[in-house]
Write a protein that binds this ligand. Structure first.
Ligand code: UD1
Length: 314
């Protein structure tokens, strides 16, 4: 029986987490519906037991949770603009799916669920850095949906005693992030375009900033969250980020050096539902998990550009 379940195992973050677990010899099951995950992301994960399934379907959740001790819930439609275009789809795949998964996890005797929360829960409040005591202020349907999942986690801990840990991710980037969709993360899109000599588009004036977090830091935080003592972390929510922020204009300049792109960015009107600035206080994850970022932004970008430069994704 696998010890770990990774939902969204064919997606960017799920795939990376599953690879780390497999790499240290753990037994892992992955599930993905391929709505946004890619079959090609499963290559290299042959040691993982894989289920094609959809968390909107309770029977698939039950199959996925059977015999599992710890669930990493990474499956989501991870896009603000996609949720603006299709809010019900985001609700089904984030909120309903998460509730189904929790019900199945409890029924199967799962000990702990580690949940991929989102910094979008903080919304557009001017206070920086964002710390966990701040009142949530979600402004996109996506942010609402990811926040609802957090509340379900805490409720399942309070009401049923299921151990849950919420990690609020801040703009994760790195190898295996899909650069090809209009809903892709900005750094994946920029890497691909600039390596191809194509002009990237900055929505707004480029002064908006993000606490861009390299994937290895997120994997590291998840492994710590799975292993930490319940009395310390169960029912808790914490930021998972780097505690540094970069504007899109700064990011573009770094990428110009790394990719050799010679042109300027195109500027277009700001995107609806966007927030201006994002920066995490990472003190709580440091205190509760012993978390420290392992790879800084520039090094993460360098590795990411190299990965795309090698012709990935295949
Ligand atoms: C991202 C994540 C979301 C996560 C949130 C908080 C993605 C796709 N979304 O949302 O899942 O919950 O961080 O961690 O990873 N932009 C451009 N040009 C482009 C694309 C984007 O200028 O071609 C701008 C956007 O308008 C925005 C910024 O870049 O201001 C970041 O956008 P994006 O990468 O989509 O991330 P978030 O919306 O911050």
């Amino acid at each position: 029986m696998p010890q770990y379940l990774v939902t969204g195992a064919a997606g960017f973050i799920g795939r990376s987490l599953a690879a780390a677990l497999v790499g240290r010899g753990d037994s892992v099951r992955g599930i993905d519906s391929f709505i946004s995950g890619k079959r090609s992301n499963l290559s290299g994960l042959e040691a993982m037991e894989f289920l094609e399934g959809d968390l909107r379907n309770p029977a698939d959740c039950a199959r996925a949770c059977a015999g599992v001790e710890v669930v990493f819930h990474e499956a989501a439609l991870a896009s603000v603009p996609r949720s603006v275009a299709a809010p019900a789809e985001t609700n089904d795949n984030c909120v309903n799916a998460t509730l189904n998964l929790l019900i199945a996890a409890r029924a199967a005797g799962v000990r702990r669920v580690v949940y991929a929360g989102s910094s979008s829960a903080y919304g557009d409040t001017p206070t920086l850095p964002k710390h966990e005591e701040m009142a949530p202020n979600p402004i996109s349907p996506y942010a609402v949906a990811k926040l609802a999942g957090e509340h379900y986690m805490r409720a399942f801990t309070r009401v049923y005693g299921l151990e849950t840990v919420v990690l609020r991710y801040f703009n994760v980037f790195g190898p295996y992030q899909d650069p090809a969709s209009q809903y892709s993360g900005v750094l994946a899109i920029f890497c691909r375009r600039m390596l191809a000599g194509e002009q990237p588009t900055i929505y707004g004036d480029g002064g908006q900033s993000r606490d861009f977090t390299f994937i290895e830091n997120v994997v590291h935080g998840n492994l710590l969250a799975a292993a930490a003592p319940a009395e310390k972390v169960s029912g808790q929510m914490m930021n998972l980020a780097t505690g540094r922020r970069f504007t899109l204009n700064e990011t573009f300049a770094i990428l110009r050096d790394l990719t050799g792109f010679k042109g300027e960015p195109a500027y277009a009107p700001p995107r609806r539902g966007d927030i201006r600035d994002s920066l995490a206080d990472i003190g709580r994850a440091e205190q509760l998990l012993g978390y420290r970022p392992q790879v800084d932004f520039r090094e993460g970008l360098r590795r990411t550009v190299e990965w795309y430069r090698k012709g990935n994704p295949a």
